[in-house]
Write a protein that binds this ligand. Structure first.
Ligand code: ADP
Ligand code: MG
Length: 708
């Protein structure tokens, strides 16, 4: 089959094999008509010819033109899977992978996990029957680890390539070499923006095709003054549009940065509208407001709630969708005529100077701003309200977002490339090279956790770590827990850290829910608090009722349990057995410390901590179990650094400085501290590679004891 992945004659059988979910003819006709109305359809033949004749094709098209949902189906219909191979489609976001897979399954009249499946971390809905597989770009990277040639695929679509996520970029680099070994493999790169030339160049001037599309003009309105509170401003705009325009004029899409402000916006619109209609005597609760439905959407939202945004409402109702940048290009919601854009998004930002990754609310780029506004003009002329001044857009916004590879921690990437046998990571074909300092820091970090040796080669620990689908620090504590004798508990903690949102905090019941939450607190540790929640849930027979009684997201806990079992299977495959620490929870904290010594901080004031490696001033996050403690521990490690207007440490655990010293020997230069007598930035102080690798632990302990 080399060079010939297409067999037209089998095509008909393929179609026959489809089990139709509904025998209702008009339903099928409807779907057919909808599919044929998409801009992609007119280019179907051209697209297929291009893919047939070229190993790599670049396809550009407006959001909503049908790239994601149609291309894989065209390839399927054209016989790309008749040789038993799959069409793989990657998405940068989990929600998108899940949502588009469901849509395509629906269009093809099959159930998810049959011909159409999806796979995201810890959730695999694919089967041997699956022919079109949607997945996150991260999943495909993991698959390369197991199957270097990606032999089971006949075609790979790297979708949403314009997003330039770290995983997409790494995947493109890997594919460039892989394609030379697999001459029969087809690669399609799709992008929503016109600057696709870079991809073409990277793949030896691969042909580009732009799907002709029709977009309508969008009137752009900037804010006249800088906006102090974009949640409130967005609420006012949305309410104003709703009250002053006819419902048929169209739906509203609001862009916010993350779950918190999406929820805050949703609530404040509900409140305001209720107030308005109450004054008119038309409603006493929001339930009575029957001409509007508000749908929040963000990645951590439960899947059942996510798909609601696509439901068609009847003509008497207006839809307001409050979304994160997921609705920018990944998901298309029909019927939007008004867009309200807060002008910010939450980005993972790595600062190579201080060696830290953090989530920061940053101004979007002009390219993002145009994408956001464009959502209003897909089917008719629209209006976009930008909650920032025109001047700010000129001074604060880059023309396009800096690729993730140039702004995040690369430890995991380096570990992956090493596991793939890439000799010289510095020479890996990156589409945009990451800053050399970031790569060096990653090497340093991997070396300091013991994943690579002095020659830059993977150690046994590093090899074991790369087999776990986790961040290096979590992999490390899980592997270390075996020798510490607390693997049962660490496995639970790692699983609990892999799910969003455990505690519920419903509006108007904040006090009550905070109180319920505090009953689970283990005063020394948020990690142990998570363990505690799990253990209590377990001793209540994993009851859903128990969860709702205690303001806990039952669905999240079930997810955690599922992840725990999956990780357990990975561990069992490597012959690791579980052992419980019993009541000795100190050992659990000590074990956690071994993976997080690079994320440690020292008490420096009222609920304030100074970062040990960088001297950065941070605060304890108010949700922490430690927050209400009178006597805060002197040293803590943290799971996440959240940067908003203040730097917060999220999910922390009190640690003994000696543990830090032992596991952070390579990070912190104790001797130098002692010589200079400079403890101003914490116990262990300096950053960078210590010249002094052979610290005498006993000696160091003595020094610290005396000084503390
Ligand atoms: P692109 O990838 O080019 O942005 P898509 O293939 O995602 O375009 O979308 C094509 C069309 O399919 C759009 O009109 C969109 O509204 C529709 N669509 C996509 N997903 C869903 C869904 N889950 N439910 C209903 N319609 C959907
Ligand atoms: Mg798409």
């Amino acid at each position: 089959l080399r060079n010939k992945p297409i067999q037209h004659d089998k095509n008909r059988n393929n179609m026959k094999n489809l089990k139709h979910a509904s025998s209702n003819l008009s339903y099928k006709e409807d779907i057919k008509a909808t599919r044929q109305s998409l801009p992609c359809f007119r280019s179907r033949t051209e697209l297929l010819t291009m893919v047939r004749e070229n190993q790599v094709s670049i396809i550009v098209g407006e959001t909503g033109s049908g790239k994601t949902t149609q291309l894989p189906q065209y390839l399927y219909e054209d016989g790309f899977t008749t040789n038993g191979k799959l069409i793989g489609v990657t998405q940068p976001r989990r929600v998108a992978a899940m949502s588009v897979a469901k849509r395509v399954a629906q269009e093809m009249g099959v159930k998810i996990k049959e011909e159409v499946g999806y796979s995201i971390r810890f959730e695999d809905y694919s089967s041997p029957q699956t022919r079109i597989k949607f997945m996150t770009d991260g999943i495909l990277l993991r698959e390369v680890l197991l199957d270097n040639d990606l032999d089971k695929y006949s075609c790979i679509i790297i979708d949403e390539a314009h997003e330039r996520t770290l995983n997409t970029d790494v995947m493109l680099g890997i594919l460039r070499t892989l394609l030379q070994r697999r001459k029969d493999l087809r690669l399609i790169i799709t992008s929503a923006t016109l600057n696709a030339a870079k991809f073409s160049k990277f793949f030896g001037n691969a042909p580009q095709f732009t799907i002709p599309g029709r977009t309508f003009p969008v009137e752009i309105n900037y804010s006249k003054y800088p906006v102090a509170d974009y949640v409130e401003e967005a609420m006012k705009k949305a309410v104003n549009i709703h009250l002053t325009t006819s419902i048929e004029s169209g739906d509203i899409l609001i862009f916010m940065t993350g779950q918190e402000d999406v929820e805050a916006t949703t609530e404040s619109i509900e409140e305001k509208l209720l107030e308005v209609y109450r004054k008119k005597g038309e409603a006493s609760t929001f339930h009575d407001v029957n001409n509007i439905e508000i749908f929040p959407i963000y990645s951590a939202l439960a899947p059942e709630l996510q798909s609601r945004i696509f439901h068609k409402l009847d003509k008497t109702k207006r839809k307001i969708v409050v979304a994160t940048n997921i609705a920018e290009t990944s998901l298309t919601i029909d019927g939007i005529r008004y867009v309200i854009d807060c002008g910010y998004s939450k980005l993972k930002v790595y600062n190579p100077r201080i060696g830290l990754d953090s989530l920061a609310i940053t101004p979007i780029s002009l390219a993002n701003a145009n994408q956001r506004s464009g959502r209003a003009g897909r089917t008719a002329p629209g209006v976009a309200y930008r909650l920032y001044t025109e001047e700010a857009s000129e001074t604060d916004m880059y023309s396009s977002t800096i690729p993730e590879i140039q702004r995040t921690d690369l430890s995991n990437t380096v570990l992956l490339l090493k596991s793939l046998g890439v000799e010289n990571v510095m020479k890996f074909p990156f589409i945009d090279t990451p800053p050399i300092q970031t790569l060096l820091n990653s090497f340093y970090e991997l070396w300091s956790v013991g994943a690579i040796d002095n020659f830059g080669e993977l150690t046994k620990l590093g090899t074991d770590m790369s087999k776990l689908p986790l961040q290096p620090s979590l992999s490390k504590i899980l592997l270390n827990s075996i020798t510490f004798g607390c693997s049962t508990e660490i496995l639970i903690i790692v699983a609990m850290l892999s799910i969003p949102q455990i505690f519920k905090r419903p509006k108007e019941r904040e006090k009550e829910s905070d109180k319920a939450r505090s009953r689970f607190f283990i005063p020394q540790s948020d990690h142990l608090t998570l363990l505690n929640v799990y253990l209590q849930w377990k001793s209540n027979n994993f009851s859903t009722q128990w969860c709702s009684n205690h303001f806990i997201q039952g669905k999240s806990l079930e997810k955690a349990e599922d992840i725990r079992k999956q990780l357990l299977r990975v561990m069992e495959k490597q012959n690791f057995t579980l052992k419980s620490a019993g009541s000795n929870w100190d050992i659990i904290r000590e074990c956690i410390c071994t993976g997080f010594s690079h994320q440690a901080a020292k008490l420096s004031g009222l609920k304030r901590y100074v970062h040990l490696r960088t001297g950065m001033h941070t605060k304890l996050h108010p949700t922490s179990a430690l927050f209400g403690m009178g006597d805060l521990p002197s040293y803590i490690i943290y799971n996440e650094l959240l940067m908003t207007s203040t730097e917060y440490l999220v999910c922390v655990t009190a640690v003994d400085p000696f543990w830090l010293m032992e596991s952070g020997l390579l990070l912190y230069d104790i001797k130098k501290q002692e010589e200079t007598n400079d403890y101003s930035i914490g116990l262990l102080g300096t950053k960078g590679i210590s010249n002094n690798n052979e610290v005498d632990v006993e000696e160091a302990r003595k020094v610290v004891r005396e000084k503390l």
